[in-house]
Design a binder for this molecule. Sequence first.
Ligand code: SAH
Length: 366
Amino acid sequence: MKDSNFDENMTIGAAAASLQKPDLRSMDLDDLTGVMERMGEKPFRASQLFDWLHHRLAESPDDMNNLPKALREKLKAEYHCVPLKTVRVKESALDGTRKYLLELGDNNVIECVRMEYEDWSSVCISSQVGCAMGCRFCASTLDGCVRNLTAGEMLEEVYAISRAGDKRISNVVVMGSGEPLLNLDNLLKFIRLLTHEKGLNLSQRGITVSTCGIVPGIYALAEEKLGITLAISLHAADDETRKSLMPVASTYSLKDLMTACRDYFHKTGRRLSFEYALIDGVNDREIDAERLSKLIRGMKAHVNLIPVNPVKERNFQRSSPDSIRKFKTKLEKNGINVTIRRELGRDIDGSCGQLRRTYMEDSDKC
Ligand code: SAH
């Protein structure tokens, strides 16, 4: 992957979105005020519309009963505002985690996940249809990237889950299919709307964005000085092993990646999170733990160890419980903040992109 891919990927979404009517759910209050002005309506109508779209989570202008009927009809005729269709839901018998498969206006499908806690839920959303990054252990990337999701489509993943449940959503993690930093404009719009005080009003602290390490994207995100958590999918602490797992490592070296991470911390003051999927015999040896410690020593950071989720198209095996424990102990001895990620939804195509893939395979068979 070259630097130029960064821009090429940014245009995928624009092309797909231009085929549709403008999406009301992707618009901020200023955009909606412009819509109302063009329609000859009073500006307060924009606030009412915003409330319906992002607070009351209306599924159609038909539901917006404090707007005049003629205005609702005009909105329906000229703008796109339909919820994503839920085509499959799988619930884990082990822990109540639910995976939703949602259909977009152009018939593509994406997946998102709801994780249940005592009195709140966390939602994991996709940022693209598929993924172009090619990480060897990941199911999302097996068919490449179809297009970027719009801000409204990302919001609709959260809203679909909010409508379907009764618990407050307090955390949103952008860790589903896709590379969010290759869809940065839409991601930023999504974050602003999700945290808008007149919308669901999520705290920025409740949002985590995960990247495979798109260095220019990390610098660009740092400039926004958001209070979100940035998670870096590291998975190896030396360039050679990382290149063998993640093609993106051939474009951005670990040295450049870590410099960008330090800049991110410097600009935002936010502690970074490093994701590290443990793969048997590949990145789980003592020397790997030593290298990882050296790489992040002195940084305000946290390491999340994830026993790799085996994907049937790949032959990676997860590390043994003993190797995982030893790896964690080594990091702790070296003063690194580390946890082993609690696995949720193991019985429901748990890993990134697996449910979508199973669904597409089933559809192919029909
Ligand atoms: N493109 C982004 C976000 C999507 S992937 C990124 O790379 O961070 C979300 C996380 O799931 C990443 O850390 C990714 O490396 C991890 N992941 C993907 N497939 C996995 C698997 N089979 N087992 C464990 N983690 C996996």
